[in-house]
Ligand binder design. Structure first.
Ligand code: XUL
Ligand code: CO
Length: 438
């Protein structure tokens, strides 16, 4: 049965195409910097936004029109799998990501819930085999069920910690079974509302304890995927412990986890933390911790995680610039943790939204590749820091300088700094490349 009969396979038609169901910039076979666009971009569909969540918000009921409407329980879960693989095929996307609770319904006990998961995972595996579509990462939902109201690994209740551990165990087994390339922890409720009732130290220690247990279990069962933490400053908690890249890296270093984890950077989480997307990618990259990306965007006029499909070409270009400098995303990819607006409720909107997201990143890739090839920013940066390559600057970098030697150097020397950073010139260049790159 066709779930999306009105849509056929999405093809690349070039930037003159007027067909809304065609790629204008994403040409999967086109080579950019020695790899195909498909290999460079590694797009993934997020199961929750596209197949599970129904459009409800704090003010309104579910309103999405979906081909699986009317089914419930495991039947619904099965219909979604069938529809998902048709969607991946028509869109030409090679990866998807999911939470345990996205793919199978939760039952009264964990034992029954896990049985539901087994049914759906075995179905997913069959579809993966015939389609060649792979799992970029999976994760566990430890934030929706009321038991997680006070947190999961950071809950004040040890039974909830135990339940969380059991949930992670099962999800790691699933990761092994479906061959997930990475495995994500997003600590949705791992934070606090008020410090007046919170033992922050115990909660942080416990969060690290659960992550160590996950590493140990992965080793025990032979799961080799890359562990990732996805920072976010707030929402649903007032303060989430994995606030941003810098905080998360420091947490991982403090608890001896830095060699097992990298970061999954989400654009809208970066802006919620008061950073740019590029800032979070840069912080991760320079620490060797950039693992994967949740490709979306927020709305600067709204203060929450709107999870919009990425269309801002400055952001996609500068993101791809960081990703290329990272040598790619390796086992990570660009996961569209993004949802159609509530008023875009038809099944075709699921295609339009992914198409614009993929085209925006494809264009970003092309522009970033050319910027790098021409060393537009690299040469400007090299010139700006040139004073560290010789003389006293080189002594500083080489660790040969001391406070005393530096004092001696400047004591009779007038020091001024009136060299332009040429920011506007660089922004003009960025515009020129965005508009002109073929
Ligand atoms: C929530 C969010 C999650 C993670 C996976 O803001 O981004 O969907 O990506 O749990
Ligand atoms: Co995300």
């Amino acid at each position: 049965m066709a779930y999306f009969p009105e849509v056929s396979k999405i093809r690349y038609e070039g930037n003159k195409s007027t067909n809304a169901l065609a790629f204008k910039y994403y040409n999967p076979e086109e080579i950019v910097l020695g790899k195909t666009m498909a290999e460079q971009l590694r797009f993934a569909v997020s199961y929750w936004h596209t197949f599970t969540l129904p459009g409800s918000d704090p003010f309104g009921l579910a309103n999405m029109i979906r081909p699986w409407d009317g089914y419930t329980g495991l039947d619904l879960a099965k219909k979604r799998v069938e529809a998902a693989f048709e969607f991946f095929d028509k869109l030409g996307v090679q990866y998807f990501c999911f939470h345990d609770r996205d793919i199978a319904p939760e039952a009264d006990t964990l034992r029954e819930t896990n049985r539901n998961l087994d049914v759906i995972v075995s179905m997913i595996k069959d579809y993966m085999k015939t389609s060649g579509v792979k799992v970029l990462w999976n994760t566990q939902n430890m934030f929706s069920n009321p038991r997680f109201a006070h947190g999961a690994a950071t809950s004040p209740d040890a039974d909830v910690f135990a339940f969380s551990a059991a949930q992670v165990k099962k999800s790691l087994e699933i990761a092994l079974e479906v061959g997930s390339e990475s495995y994500v922890f997003w600590g949705g409720r791992e934070g606090y509302e008020t410090l007046l009732n919170t033992d922050m130290k115990l909660e942080l220690d416990n969060q690290a304890r659960l992550l160590h247990m996950a590493c140990d279990y992965a080793d025990e069962i032979g799961f080799k995927g890359q562990f990732l933490i996805e920072p976010k400053p707030k929402e649903p908690t007032k303060h989430q412990y994995d606030f941003d890249a810098a905080t998360t890296i420091s947490f991982l270093q403090t608890y001896g986890l830095a060699d097992r984890f990298k970061l999954n950077i989400e654009a809208n989480h970066a802006t919620l933390a008061g950073h740019t997307f590029q800032h979070e990618l840069r912080v991760s990259r320079i620490h060797g911790m950039l693992g994967s990306v949740d490709a979306n965007q927020g709305d600067p006029l709204l203060g929450w995680d709107t999870d919009e499909f990425p269309t801002n070409l400055y952001d996609t270009t500068l993101a791809m610039y960081e990703i290329l400098l990272n040598g790619g995303l390796h086992s990570g990819g660009l996961n569209f943790d993004a949802k159609v607006r509530r008023a875009s409720m038809t099944p075709e909107d699921l295609f339009y939204s992914h198409i614009v997201g993929m085209d925006s990143f494809a264009r970003g890739l092309k522009v970033a590749a050319k910027l790098l090839e021409d060393r537009v920013f690299e040469d400007a940066i090299a010139e700006r820091y040139q004073s560290y390559t010789t003389g006293i600057g080189k002594d500083i970098v080489d660790g040969k300088a001391t406070l005393a030697s530096l004092e001696e150097y400047v004591i009779d020397k007038p020091v001024s700094m009136a060299k332009s950073g040429r920011q506007e010139v660089l922004l003009a260049k960025l515009n020129q490349y965005l508009l002109e790159v073929e």
